[in-house]
Ligand binder design. Structure first.
Ligand SMILES: [Zn+2]
Ligand SMILES: [Zn+2]
Length: 343
């Protein structure tokens, strides 16, 4: 039974690489079709246009290099996991297992968080600390458990099958560059291949294999450019708001149980610097330049998060109100427990 289970797990791991193998195969074939069939055979030999062929080839190679490097770094950059101090100690875990209800669990976690000095601002819907039952850890801000990777992931964006890994704090910049360069490459390929494709339809019924390949290359470029553009511009919008894909569906929650989708929004310029770094030169290179360490994130000032008018007059959901009450109870009870343990 154990062997069968291992076999199935291994098989699933192999199957997950199929989209990556597919994309890699398309990249290899597209490079061959563009560089050999279009630049060398069609432009250089048949049309005797060496300058045009050379320029097309050079730009294509540069774009392809940036695209492939970004893609590879998205795939192979290790997924960010919470640091050791976020994981429960043996004693803490035993206490949690022995706890009878969620309030007791929250009291134990509250004590653990204070003793370890763990910086967390995000909370559950009930106002309690976010923790992972599977990893046995307190979840850092913006971290979520990925069921595919099987562990908690820092600044979880989404699990992408096309890169067979989580898009997260450490590879987000590479993922954006992968989308961006992919889109530019497709547009460049379409623009420079357009003339050949038009001739392809004008030519006699006896099509050569090369012209058919260039026609397919044009169609593939068109299809990929549309899907890449949709994702790329959507993520540019998310970066401008300092939001992950996950947070665009579920806004971060704070100590008082209140949702705040602008909690990490520092303004467009600073939001982009968070991902791409302070130096504009590094923005376009597939080198790591994101700011921070994946657990603590700058947030808007306290005054912006809790505007004066919010405290008494604005509409507060019933769920939020209950969360505040529950959290207050937990804080109070934990403070008492803390006194008992520390003093
Ligand atoms: Zn987890
Ligand atoms: Zn994942």
């Amino acid at each position: 039974m154990g062997c069968f289970r291992e076999f199935c797990c291994g098989l699933i791991r192999v199957v997950r690489w199929i989209p990556v193998v597919f994309v890699s195969s398309v990249i290899v074939w597209a490079s061959y079709a563009y560089l050999y069939e279009l630049c060398f055979v069609h432009l250089f030999i048949e049309r005797s246009a060496p300058v045009k062929a050379g320029l097309y080839a050079v730009f294509f190679v540069i774009l392809m290099f940036l695209f492939v490097t970004s893609y590879a770094r998205t795939i192979f950059t290790p997924v960010g996991m919470p640091p050791r101090k976020f994981y429960f100690t043996r004693e803490c875990l035993d206490e949690i297992k022995a706890a009878t209800d969620e309030t007791a669990v929250q009291m134990i976690i509250n004590r653990f968080v204070h003793l370890q000095g763990i910086p967390v601002r995000n909370r559950n819907y009930d106002g309690g600390f976010r923790y992972c039952n599977k990893c046995h850890c307190v979840k850092p801000d913006r971290a979520h458990h990925c069921s595919v990777c099987g562990h908690c992931v820092l600044k979880f964006d989404h699990h992408c099958p096309w890169v067979n890994t989580c898009v997260n704090f450490y590879n987000y910049k590479f993922f954006i560059l992968f989308l961006g360069y992919g889109f530019v490459l497709c547009c460049f390929g379409m623009a420079t291949n357009l003339e050949t494709v038009i001739n392809f339809f004008d030519m006699s019924p006896t099509k050569t294999l090369a012209s058919i390949q260039l026609g397919i290359l044009f169609l593939l470029s068109a299809v990929f450019s549309i899907s890449l553009a949709a994702l790329f511009f959507y993520h540019l919008y998310l970066i401008a708001r300092n939001r992950t894909t996950f947070e665009s569906f579920r806004a971060p929650l704070l100590e008082n149980g209140r949702e705040d989708k602008h909690f990490f929004n520092l303004g467009i310029r600073r939001n982009y610097r968070e991902i791409f770094g302070p130096s504009l030169l590094h923005w376009f290179l597939p080198t790591y330049s994101s700011l921070g360490e994946g657990c603590v994130y700058p947030e808007r000032s306290q005054r912006e998060v809790f505007p004066v008018s919010w405290s008494s007059n604005s509409v507060v959901s019933r769920r939020s109100t209950e969360a505040v009450v529950l959290n207050s109870k937990v804080e109070l009870a934990s403070a008492e427990t803390l006194n008992g343990h520390v003093v």
